[in-house]
Design a protein around this ligand. Structure first.
Ligand SMILES: [Zn+2]
Length: 335
């Protein structure tokens, strides 16, 4: 029996030396240390040994088992430390920053405009960007050869089809389908055939507003716009309305606000006037109501429109409109 134990120890040592992987180590464990392993078998044999020599052999066998277990643990620890070294985490390496995307500054500006007008009861409407001459010009009181058409250099697709030059044709499309009361804002992309520069681009965004109901007055228009600019730019700013001309409104006006960049003292952005033009507006021209058979005895309305790029440029101090369309991350991530 002692010989057997001694042979087992020799075998065990040989196999220990040849362990080179975790798989080898596990095979070693199964072979020697499990309940059906070689050492367990020896303990089984010990039961039939005569009582006189049993304690001595039992002691030797116990030593063998302890030795095997210790050696197994040692090897196991070696493998663990190798594994940890290869996966070691260097805590001194600077972290990688994950950039979070943000909304485009035009989307943010438009979102704020929509939010304010929605609170005042305006619904949001949309219309086609490819328009016909009738909706873009004629129905809006620009007769053929009207000089006002020159104000808008147009991308014509064919003689009567074009890329809309403003969002106003959507006013006509809404009034054709829906009878008053109508209270909508119409955000959208518009196109002009202009030389591209820091101040103008071939496309931009407008928000148009239209309110048609019984007894709509110019003072309501003013009240609505003043409420808007105060929410949008802050309640301290000054404002003024100047008479203007648009073919589709009568009377027409433009709204200026005191320059919030220089507080009205005069700066490069406000061209040293202290005022910024921000929108055009007026009472819907009776000819437009006639074109779409709205009863002018009963109904009146107002309309206004503003350019989102201009508002965003003023708000964020952007000095080149082209930046909005270049998708340069260095620009976009500032918002
Ligand atoms: Zn200024």
């Amino acid at each position: 029996m002692l010989d057997k134990i001694s042979q087992t120890k020799t075998q065990l040592e040989t196999e220990l030396n040849s362990i080179s992987s975790l798989i080898d180590l596990d095979n070693f464990r199964i072979k020697f240390l499990t309940r059906k392993g070689i050492i367990a078998e020896l303990f089984e044999e010990l039961k039939s040994i005569s009582i006189e020599i049993k304690p001595h052999i039992g002691k030797v066998l116990n030593e063998l088992r302890t030795f095997a277990q210790n050696e197994f643990e040692k090897k196991n620890l070696e493998f663990e430390s190798v594994k940890n070294k290869s996966q070691k985490i260097d805590l001194t390496i600077p972290g990688k920053k994950n950039w979070t995307g943000t909304k485009h500054p035009l989307t943010q500006t438009l979102g704020e405009v929509k939010r304010i007008f929605s609170q005042m009861g305006f619904q949001i409407a949309q219309g086609p960007e490819i328009e016909d001459d009738y909706h873009n010009f004629e129905a809006l009181n620009f007769p053929p050869n009207h000089p006002a058409r020159d104000m808008q250099d147009t991308f014509f697709i064919s003689e009567k089809i074009l890329l809309r030059t403003h969002t106003s044709p959507v006013q006509i499309r809404i009034m054709e389908k829906q009878s008053p009361p109508i209270r909508v804002i119409i955000p959208g992309r518009v196109y002009r055939n202009e030389a591209i520069s820091s101040r103008s681009y071939c496309l931009f965004h407008q928000v148009e507003g239209l309110y048609v109901d019984e007894k709509v007055s110019f003072s309501e228009l003013k009240g609505t716009l003043v409420a808007f600019v105060k929410q949008f730019y802050g309640s301290n700013l000054k404002y003024k309305f100047r008479p203007s001309f648009f073919p589709f409104t009568e009377p027409s006006a433009e709204m200026d606000i005191s320059c919030f960049l220089c507080n009205g003292k005069g700066c490069r952005v406000c061209k040293f006037s202290g005022w910024l033009e921000i929108l055009g507006c007026g009472m819907v021209h009776p000819n437009i109501f006639k074109n779409i058979n709205v009863d002018t005895e009963k109904y009146s309305g107002y309309a206004f429109g503003m350019g989102i790029e201009r508002i965003a440029m003023l708000l964020y101090g952007v000095d080149d409109i082209r930046l909005f369309y270049e998708n340069d991350v260095r620009f976009l991530k500032q918002f």
